[in-house]
Write a protein that binds this ligand. Structure first.
Ligand SMILES: Cc1ncc(COP(=O)(O)O)c(C=O)c1O
Length: 423
């Protein structure tokens, strides 16, 4: 069996995400995946509780997605989308328009979630310009929000998490708000009333704010935000890059609030986690604001690999699986199992909260200490669990076996008491 090389050899040329490279620990080397399992180069096998940053909703290497990609690989792995179109993208756009809430009929493909959000913000700003309003260029976003790591995306993330002070001279200034509950609804309304002439859109992660701490809010909160946007004539952008495709219990989280945003961002599980693809969808009134005899009113955006045929084939196959396999029922079962399996954590000293929504389960601790060391501890037990901040969470594949999920929740329940009493 091949041995993993020592850390310095392994990390000689790669620069890891969110990592202080000077003190970077020896990373685990993955060699293959199957279902909810990750095989490592040292021969170990980990049960995966994260689904590769929430993407692999059908488990890894689903044969239907692999077959679709293999067939597409033979025919045409890539062709540019500027001036050419292809069947996988046309079919996918039609299916997304049909499956997303309301009349989100116009699909702009991009290559990652961050770019989907960038495009959404660009669309919102240009929407107002095309309609003859100047000065409506700011976004309202929410505390604990996360929308990606590119510059404009960082400007709408939680200011502490995305280090706004460090990038002060570089980031556009936006408007930060608290998610409005029944008590703070009036304050949110007043904010929109005051700022509406400067605001292009309100940007929200519906129902669960993911990377900002797996914070769950009620559908009524989303409805309040949507209603306030309508009242004040501000566009609503829903970023479902994380919660879209069943993660929060319904195919799209907005469904639970009966809300159709003006613009919707999708990514991550769009291809079932096989390969990167994302999309920004717009309702007709947004799309129509770009129609003109004037060429400058067009949406001037076009990533090189947008609508990559291989990725579109994977996404179409992923949608097939949502149609033919009982994914949302599986999510409901996972939700029940996460509730039961993580409930004992609530009694552990140092645990502040246990939250479950759809196939997302999070244990909020007062302080986790070294999250990377805790990750190693889970890996030693045979689990891929990646705590961040003060959160230990699970976002498994919807196809995870009951015994695999039970092993993950038990590991969290049995590891946290010792860990928290030490840190
Ligand atoms: C809600 C949300 N929006 C946008 C992004 C950015 O997506 P990507 O990492 O594909 O650029 C993420 C990534 O975690 C996300 O959770």
């Amino acid at each position: 069996m091949a041995k993993t090389p020592p850390p310095n050899d392994l990390l000689k040329h790669v620069w890891l995400p969110y990592t202080q490279m000077q003190t970077a620990r020896q990373p685990l080397q993955a060699v293959s995946t199957q279902g909810s399992l990750i095989q490592l180069a040292d021969g170990r096998e980990l049960i995966d509780g994260i689904a590769s940053w929430w993407t692999a909703c059908h488990g890894y290497n689903h044969p239907h997605i692999q077959a679709a990609m293999a067939a597409q690989l033979e025919k045409m792995p890539h062709v540019m989308f500027g001036g050419l179109v292809h069947e996988p993208a046309l079919k996918l756009a039609e299916r997304l328009a049909a499956k997303t809430p309301g009349d989100l009929n116009h699909v702009f493909f991009v290559d990652s979630g961050s770019v989907a959000v960038e495009v959404a913000m660009k669309m919102a700003v240009q929407y107002w310009l095309n309609k003859g309003y100047s000065g409506r260029a700011k976004m309202v976003s929410f505390r604990y929000g996360y929308h990606g790591d590119t510059m404009a995306c960082m400007s709408v993330c939680d200011p502490d998490e995305s280090m706004h002070s460090l990038f002060r001279d570089y980031l556009p200034r936006q408007v930060l708000a608290e998610l409005p509950d029944a008590e703070s609804e009036a304050a949110f309304d007043a904010l929109l009333e005051r700022e509406k002439h400067n605001i292009a859109a309100v940007l929200i992660e519906p129902l669960v704010q993911g990377a900002g701490g797996m914070k769950v809010h009620a559908p009524e909160t989303l409805r309040r935000v949507a209603d306030a946007c309508r009242r004040h004539g501000v566009l609503l952008i829903a970023d479902e890059v994380f919660v879209g495709f069943g993660r929060a219990g319904t195919l799209f989280a907005c469904e639970q609030a009966g809300v159709t945003p003006d613009i919707l961002c999708l990514g991550k599980a769009l291809t079932g986690g096989a390969v990167s693809l994302a999309a920004t969808l717009a309702r007709p009134h947004v799309y129509e604001a770009f129609l003109s005899d004037d060429a400058t009113k067009a949406l001037m955006h076009g990533p090189t690999f947008m609508a990559n045929p291989l990725a579109c084939a994977a996404a179409n196959a992923s949608l097939d699986l949502f149609e033919t396999e009982p994914r949302l029922e599986q999510v409901a079962k996972i939700e029940a199992q996460l509730r039961e399996g993580l409930a004992p954590c609530a009694k552990i000293p140092g645990v502040l909260d246990v939250r479950v929504k759809g196939a997302i389960g999070a244990v909020q601790c007062a302080s986790l200490g070294d999250a990377a060391a805790l990750r190693e501890k889970f890996a030693e037990q045979g689990f891929w669990i990646r705590p961040f901040g003060d959160i230990v969470y699970l976002t498994p594949a919807f196809t995870i076996r009951q015994d695999q999920l039970a092993a993950l929740t038990s590991s969290i329940c049995s590891t946290l008491p010792g860990w928290l009493s030490r840190s």
